[in-house]
Structure formats: structure tokens, C-alpha cells
Design a protein around this ligand. Structure first.
Ligand code: G1P
Length: 302
């Protein structure tokens, strides 16, 4: 069966970015000039996804507004011959994918968010895309997972090597040999293990290809880490009755879910942005020199 549908859970409160996220959806925070959620939708489209369900919550109206048309703005830009900007605006509505929204009133973890999508997904394999992780590779990561599925017809979870000291922020796999290069059989999926208990440093990053059997498991899933319904726990149970693979991602991942990652991503993207890159690069070089000079002057702390 073709993989056509994706879910983007976007009901989180975004407390790491307060006060910016007091009235604004964190998914709308821009990387230079594009909201993070637009990168996710574009990855889905580039991977052949046709229908996307965005699971929203309080303070998320701006997401729906962003992907809606604004005729007055378009007329204004057309009248002023600002054709390039007009295209940028039109690209947010002419996405080539259908967007649907569902509002989650009592968010209770990622597993609970995915469970909301049951009737939208019905009986098809589907993708889950987390908005905090922006991915960059020659072939979009979502498409890489779909290509695996076309060979295996099994659920496949994207993972990536992370420093061992950081594993407790993630779901982590216990790999058990490779089915194909970079495609692991998995013994166990563990959500947010302690560093000393982590079975590996292969962490789940925000892309999942799941078969619809996950929904029955989510319905009976007991709260796990953080007392929330964890998708990882339901995946671990699914792995007992059908094969679930882990696909090691080798491209670049930008974690925009924390402040430092967000700032770094803005710099990286700025360095490729046609309107910014020519000024940004010499600025960074100058800044680095100043910072180095400051560092040399500062008394050494030890
Ligand atoms: C979620 C998942 C976790 C995964 C992570 C990737 O955690 O529960 O398994 O490793 O996303 O970003 P969260 O970051 O929402 O705490």
C-alpha cells in the first residue's frame, strides 16, 4: 500500500521559548523568514505525501492562518509588482498537499497525539513528523523511510547517533544486527533511558513510518516516562508482534526545539539564504575574531 498520509503533532505548549510562545505557536517561530512547520510540510510534499493532519491545541490558530490565503496581501503585492514576494506568499497555500487540522484539548504525550489521528489514517501505513527536528539530506528522510517500507512493508523508525551523554533526552534503540546497510533489527525501544541504562547511542529522531496496528496498542498504552502516553512504548510493544526496523539517518539534523539549536539553525540557514548569506558570512568571521581576542584577554577560569 502506498504511504500517502502524515501526522504532524503540534499541540505542545512550547514552554522552552517563553515568552515568544505565550501567544504564538512555537511551530511558527521562523528560521530566518520561514516558520519551522513549513519546512516540515515541504519535506512531506517532497516525499510524496498527499494528506497531512496537523494536531493542534491552544494558541495554534496562527498555523492554520499561515497556510491560508490572504487575498488583500496578494493583491497588494501584485499591484506593487513584487512578484518574488507574491510567489513566496502563494507557496504557503499552493503546497501541493492537503492539510487537515484536529485540535487536541487535553494533550497527554506524543502517543496520545498520534492516537487522535486514528480515523484520519484508517487502515494505511503513515508517517509521523515531529516539528522540532528539521532534516537535510539529498533524499528527504521521510522519503528514505517510505523507500524502506516499499521493500519491507514494516514500520521503520528514524534514528541517529547522538553523544552518549545526551541519550536521556530521547527514545533509544537496542539494535540487533542489520537487515540491510543502515537498517537495523531492533530488540527494544526505550523512552528516555538513564545514560547508564541506555542500550546504545542510536536515538529516535522525529520521523516515524508506522503501520496502523499502532492504534490498538496506543489505546491500551499505560503512561510511561514523564507520566505521559509514549509513542516509543507502544512501538516497543508492536515490535513483539511484527517487525519494526530502525533506519539510521546520515544527513544533517537541526534540533529547533531548544534555544541553542534554534539559534544555530538560524545561522546555518542564513548562510545559505540568498538575501542574507553575503553579509552574514563576513559578519560571523569578524565576530569570531573579536570573540577570540576577548577570550585571550579574559583571565583564565579553572
Ligand atoms: C520525542 C520522543 C522521543 C524522541 C524525540 C525526538 O521526545 O518521545 O522518543 O527521541 O521526540 O526529538 P520529546 O522531544 O517530545 O520529549
Amino acid at each position: 500500500m502506498k504511504v500517502r498520509k502524515a501526522i504532524i503533532p503540534a499541540a505542545g505548549l512550547g514552554t522552552r521559548f517563553l515568552p515568544a510562545t505565550k501567544a504564538l505557536a512555537k511551530e511558527m517561530l521562523p528560521i530566518v523568514d520561514k516558520p519551522t512547520i513549513q519546512f516540515i510540510v515541504e519535506e512531506a510534499k517532497a516525499s510524496g505525501i498527499e494528506d497531512i493532519l496537523i494536531i493542534t491545541g491552544k494558541n495554534k490558530r496562527s498555523i492554520e492562518d499561515h497556510f491560508d490565503s490572504v487575498p488583500e496581501l496578494e493583491q497588494n503585492l501584485a499591484a506593487k509588482n513584487k512578484t518574488q514576494l507574491l510567489k513566496v506568499v502563494q507557496d504557503t497555500t499552493d503546497l501541493g498537499v492537503n492539510l487537515y487540522y484536529s485540535r487536541q484539548s487535553h494533550p497527554n504525550g506524543l502517543g496520545d497525539a498520534v492516537a487522535q489521528a486514528r480515523s484520519f489514517i484508517a487502515d494505511e501505513p503513515f508517517i509521523v513528523m515531529l516539528g522540532d527536528d528539521l532534516m537535510s539530506d539529498k533524499v528527504p528522510l521521510t522519503k528514505q523511510l517510505i523507500e524502506d517500507y516499499e521493500n519491507t512493508h514494516a514500520s521503520t523508525i528514524a534514528v541517529m547517533q547522538v553523544p552518549k551523554s545526551e541519550v536521556s533526552k530521547y527514545g533509544v534503540i537496542d539494535p540487533e544486527g542489520e537487515q540491510a546497510p543502515g537498517l537495523y533489527n531492533v530488540k527494544r525501544f526505550v523512552e528516555k533511558p538513564k545514560v547508564e541504562d541506555a542500550p546504545s547511542n542510536l536515538a529516535i529522531i522525529g520521523r516515524y513510518l508506522l503501520t496502523p496496528e499502532i492504534f490498538d496498542l496506543l489505546d491500551t498504552q499505560k503512561p510511561g516516562a514523564g507520566n505521559e502516553i509514549q509513542l516509543t512504548d507502544a512501538i516497543d510493544r508492536m515490535n513483539e508482534t511484527q517487525r519494526v526496523f530502525a533506519h539510521e539517518f546520515k544527513g544533517d539534523r537541526f534540533d529547533v526545539g531548544n534555544k541553542f539549536g534554534y539559534v544555530k539553525t538560524n545561522i546555518q540557514y542564513g548562510l545559505t539564504h540568498p538575501e542574507v548569506k553575503d553579509e552574514l558570512k563576513p559578519y560571523i568571521i569578524e565576530l569570531a575574531k573579536e570573540l577570540q581576542a576577548e577570550d585571550k584577554k579574559a583571565p583564565k577560569k579553572d
